[in-house]
Ligand binder design. Structure first.
Ligand SMILES: [Zn+2]
Length: 217
């Protein structure tokens, strides 16, 4: 977790702009949260373009979503961030993006399979798909928090991707990894290839590494 309110806010803003540069979102879609040292949460605002966003545009809310600081409205999708951060104190950041290849799996309501070792290490295993719930609802927040109990990423049915980590930087790494894996699996299937699973023991052992890294950031 970042060590001061300023560094956390700067990390949220820098990560938002990198998310745009990586092509994980377009325009004003997607959103990022970062837990501040005092337990409050810095979130990106609703309807502000990332390329012109400044630190003053960010909003600070409490874990129940009440605005504590800032003149903008917080992201309308803040429930999925706050439900996750309320439930898992070891996590420091959540990112929601509309990554294209991951969203293809989200349309199919199909997990992104953990067929590459680093997916198990950084994401904990297959990237599961949440049951469909309305965008911005508390029900979606609860569903996302359920899925992120032992995972660094989950798909939002018919919508996009959500990832978590100790910091905005790590949550972005997880978003890029989930998207890259979705693209690789999609490409392998397009080749007509048989996709072989990892050996069971690799999945089990590396899921233990994920748990350790998540609990000891
Ligand atoms: Zn969205």
């Amino acid at each position: 977790m970042a060590d001061s309110p300023t560094t956390t806010r700067e990390a949220v803003l820098a990560t938002a702009q990198r998310m745009l540069a990586h092509g994980l979102v377009e325009g004003t879609s997607g959103n990022i949260s970062g837990r501040l040292p005092d337990g409050l949460v810095c979130v990106t605002p609703s309807s502000v373009a990332y390329d012109t966003m400044t630190l003053d545009d960010l909003v600070v809310v409490d874990l129940d979503g009440a605005v504590v600081e800032g003149t903008r409205s917080p992201t309308t999708e803040q429930d999925l961030h706050l439900a996750t951060l309320r439930r898992y104190p070891e996590l420091g950041a959540v990112i929601h993006s509309h990554a294209v290849y991951a969203t293809m799996f989200a349309l199919a309501h199909e997990p992104i399979p953990a067929v590459i070792e680093e997916v198990v290490v950084y994401l904990g295993g297959d990237v599961p798909c949440c049951e469909y719930k309305g965008t911005g609802t508390a029900a979606l927040g609860d569903e996302v928090a359920d899925r992120l109990a032992d995972r660094g990423a989950a798909l939002l049915a018919n919508h996009g991707l959500v990832t978590c980590g100790a910091s905005p930087d790590k949550a972005l790494h997880n978003a890029a990894l989930a998207e890259r894996t979705a693209k690789i699996v999609w490409g392998a299937r397009a080749m007509g290839a048989t996709i072989h699973p990892l050996p069971d023991e690799v999945g089990t052992d590396m899921a233990g590494v994920y748990r350790y890294l998540r609990d000891n950031p």
